[in-house]
Design a protein around this ligand. Structure first.
Ligand code: SF4
Length: 359
């Protein structure tokens, strides 16, 4: 907020003592000291360190996020991020590899950026995601790597082959598609079309049969008709994605979509989100049901104290955004992998036990 609106917020938000922007990490302590001395300070834009000044791991010890770039060069018409975070800036492979090497043993390293698939284009003159993946997966302390936020038109053959052939890369890709209908995609200024998205999904499945695909979609974009929402439901049925998130379109001032005529009432947007979730629930339920009776590898994340059992994730579950696998076992340790026999499911989670668990 301060990065984009400091001129408006600094004079009016007088209860806030410190204003820092997205690239002002190195000014953090100086700003706090000023505040302790009773000053009110505006340091937005005064920092020099886009990569931050040292790593603080806030996740459980066995997994960690690695931010490989910041900013975005895309211009999706609903999104403020490029105006807030600026142009896409990749962090050098050597720095990222060093950062990852210092994290200790990590069962799962999760790569994030506004657009992971564009990694390196600004810094090296060409996309270098595969090079980065090889460098990270060569580290002994990194047991696996997961990719989030891949832009669909940037998923090329080299990346697909790397996901397929590199045993440390989790067979999971998050591809935010936002919509399926060409007219809406164009209004959103998103690249690609319904046909191209389906073809990409088929290609990924042909190359990597076990691949788990996740996506996010916006419901109720300005001018979206009920028929277009139904067509998106049809797309979901055809694409059969593992997990999806649906969000009601949020009208953000200072974006191109803000000015579009045909803004929809919140009640319509909410109803469409509900409709999309109900379609996806059936799909996810069917996929999860197919695991019942099977044994799958689960990374233990900790204890579900409310229900006296362990909780973890299979390869098709990213933390916080996807479901979980709850399991009973005489003993399990956070960060270790277990073979779990699946006994039940709902539309979001799986339930099971290890072989040595006696009721
Ligand atoms: S939605 Fe994502 S890809 Fe599009 S402009 Fe925003 S950050 Fe970039």
């Amino acid at each position: 907020l301060p990065q984009k609106y400091v001129r408006e917020t600094y004079p009016s938000l007088t209860e806030a003592d410190v204003f820092l922007g997205t690239y002002d990490y190195d000014k953090f302590f100086e700003a706090l000291n000023c505040a302790y001395e009773g000053q009110r300070v505006n340091f937005v834009g005064c920092g020099e360190e886009p990569c931050g000044t040292g790593r603080v791991v806030s996740t459980p010890q066995h997994y960690a996020y690695l931010k490989i770039a910041d900013g975005c060069n895309n211009r999706c018409t609903y999104c403020l991020i490029p105006k807030i975070r600026g142009k896409y800036v990749s962090y050098p492979i050597e720095e990222l590899t060093k950062e990852a090497s210092l994290l200790g043993e990590i069962s799962e390293l999760i790569l994030v950026a506004q657009d992971v698939t564009r990694y390196g284009a600004d810094l090296y003159g060409q996309v270098k995601l595969v090079g980065l993946l090889r460098s990270l997966t060569a580290l002994d302390n990194i047991l696996s790597v997961r990719l989030l936020y891949c832009y669909p038109d940037m998923i090329d053959d080299a990346l697909i082959a790397e996901i397929r052939d590199n045993p440390k890369i989790i067979k999971y890709v998050d591809i935010p598609l936002q919509h399926s209908e060409d007219r809406i995609l164009k209004l959103m200024n998103r690249k690609g079309s319904r046909a191209e998205y389906l073809s990409l999904i088929n290609k990924l499945r042909n190359e990597i049969p076990e691949i788990a695909l996740r996506s996010t979609f916006i419901a109720g974009f300005p001018t979206e008709t009920e028929e277009e929402c139904d067509a998106l439901c049809g797309f979901l049925r055809e694409a059969k994605l593992f997990n999806c998130g649906f969000f009601a379109y949020s009208r953000e001032p200072d974006t191109a979509a803000y000015k579009l005529k045909g803004q929809l009432p919140y009640s319509v947007k909410r109803a469409r989100v509900k409709k999309l979730y109900s379609v996806q629930r059936e799909i996810s339920d069917g996929i999860l049901r197919s695991f019942v009776g099977k044994k799958i590898k689960v990374l233990c994340d900790g204890i579900d104290y409310d229900n006296n059992r362990f909780e973890g994730r299979a390869y098709f579950n990213a933390p916080d955004i996807d479901g979980k696998v709850y399991f009973n076992s005489p003993k399990a340790t956070q960060g270790e992998f277990y073979d779990v026999i699946i006994t039940n499911n709902d539309s979001y989670d799986l339930f099971g036990r290890t072989e040595d668990f006696q009721k």
